[in-house]
Design a protein around this ligand. Sequence first.
Ligand SMILES: Cc1cc2nc3c(=O)[nH]c(=O)nc-3n(C[C@H](O)[C@H](O)[C@H](O)COP(=O)(O)OP(=O)(O)OC[C@H]3O[C@@H](n4cnc5c(N)ncnc54)[C@H](O)[C@@H]3O)c2cc1C
Length: 336
Amino acid sequence: MKYDVVIIGAGPAGSIAAEKLSASGYKTLIIDPCNKKKICAGVLTAQYARKYEVNENYVERKIKGVRLSFKGIKGEISYRNTVEYSINRDSFDAFNLARAVNNGSELKKNLVLSINEKDSCVMIQTEKDIVLADYAIIAAGVSELSQLYGGTKQYAYCTQQVKYREPGDFFEMDLFPGGYSWIVPKKDNVVSGTSSDKGYPDIPGERGLIPINGPVKRTFSNRTLLAGDAAGFVSPFDGEGIYYARRSGEIAAQTLSRAISGNNPLSEYENIWKSEFDFLSMAKISRLLSNNTILEAFVREIKDNERFNKVVEDILTKEIDKNKTGYIFSLIRKLI
Ligand SMILES: Cc1cc2nc3c(=O)[nH]c(=O)nc-3n(C[C@H](O)[C@H](O)[C@H](O)COP(=O)(O)OP(=O)(O)OC[C@H]3O[C@@H](n4cnc5c(N)ncnc54)[C@H](O)[C@@H]3O)c2cc1C
């Protein structure tokens, strides 16, 4: 049997793509062994909450703002118009996958070993069988499989653990050049983690990788699309990836619907996400803040300068008007 679309990976990118395609009547299969715990701080950002419904099944706590610190200087940003959510990541992924299956997507709990693109179809070799499809979406996150098919290869290394501490309502970030530590409040405890671009921090905990270099050069071929982490869709500034995974999964589904029904080229995918995702600005801010002097002044201004505080809130909650990014860079540069 041949599928219209096979999706590899049931994270936020793959599950939403499967949900959208199966709801539109396409014969859709999602393949994931579903046997790995996802290492994630579990913050559904303001950007996510503005666009998507958030379900109480996986929410652990509302987040009211962020506390930033650098070398003992502490700045606090209370969100004015927005809220973020701390979630249980396993429940979130299970919820999204269930929606895909309820909409008619087939699920194979299996590992994909290789993907072979032919003129007339895509051949997907799993541990147990070979599956044929007209198109495939590679949404296998940071994995050997994604890497084999053009996926991202440069990461920040993260270690995180649960700590039994009274949770607050703020997301806490301790900044240092080349990384940061975080504390995310959960229902009854907190998750604490550290990321570094130089290798796994030498602290106990579970390990995970975050793509940091922005999108890969090419996210489409004749019959496959790369979505989510596999494509490098993570903000280089703050490591936000769930929103981009979900949104790229939606764009991938939309592109493939148009390819199946109208023979449209898969290059449409790249045109759409490039018009929406502004990773360049995020990378630029991140580069500016890799300088110790700027970073120190940045946190001090957040603490002392209300106007600057609001600008950083806009950056963190992604409420930046693309036309105003020049103004933001000039503000940060003036800190030197
Ligand atoms: C420590 C840490 C903290 C983070 N915190 C946040 C945060 O607070 N907020 C935020 O927005 N982002 C955060 N991120 C980033 C976020 O987790 C990712 O951007 C997001 O999960 C990407 O979704 P995805 O669907 O692309 O991939 P994933 O969620 O990684 O899903 C990929 C799926 O593919 C499957 N898979 C892999 N290989 C194969 C194969 N060969 N065959 C079949 N299936 C396969 C896996 O089992 C997995 O289920 C964090 C990341 C890390 C490492």
